[in-house]
Design a binder for this molecule. Sequence first.
Ligand SMILES: *[C@@H]1O[C@H](CO)[C@@H](O)[C@H](O)[C@H]1NC(C)=O
Length: 185
Amino acid sequence: MVPRGFTVITIFVFAIVPHIQGFAISEQDGKISMRSSPFETALVTLQRQIGYNFQKISLLRRAMTHASFSEENNKALSILGGNIIDTSASLRLLKKNIEISSKEMNRRISEISKVESSCAADGLQLGLHKVVRVSPKTNSSAPAVVCGAFRAIFGAIALDVGKSDDAGSIFWAVHGGEVGGVMAI
Ligand SMILES: *[C@@H]1O[C@H](CO)[C@@H](O)[C@H](O)[C@H]1NC(C)=O
């Protein structure tokens, strides 16, 4: 009885262990290859730079994908992000001065969110031109591309959290912190 039990266990061990090891190794390989992909590494760095860790990293991946690269791109996220920036700027301006004129308000908002000066500059400082995925024919440093990716980050955060407040706060931290402090209100 004992030898038979032993045999059964031995067979069990020899049959199962290689599979366990094989699984562990392929899991590890999967993680290593994910880590060594320059794009995935850049996403990790970007999250550290903005001080926000995505629950759904696929949202940041999409935010860093230009329409020239894929059907699954950042165009819609960028609209949401742009609106969050404008809303958040409006709120700050009115909190500071309820008497602000509409003209001054529009001028200040565009100063904060304009493509060429502010938005693309913020994006370049984060190094988004080196992260965003574009087609080979597209210049990833073009202001519209960098700005689209920059705005899309905040759209992606809002979707990740389920509301826009945190995205607005993170925008101010990025815009008014180490990045693009000139335009801070
Ligand atoms: C890409 O765009 C940037 C910013 O507009 C420009 O300075 C650069 O010369 C462009 N590069 C090419 C290869 O067109």
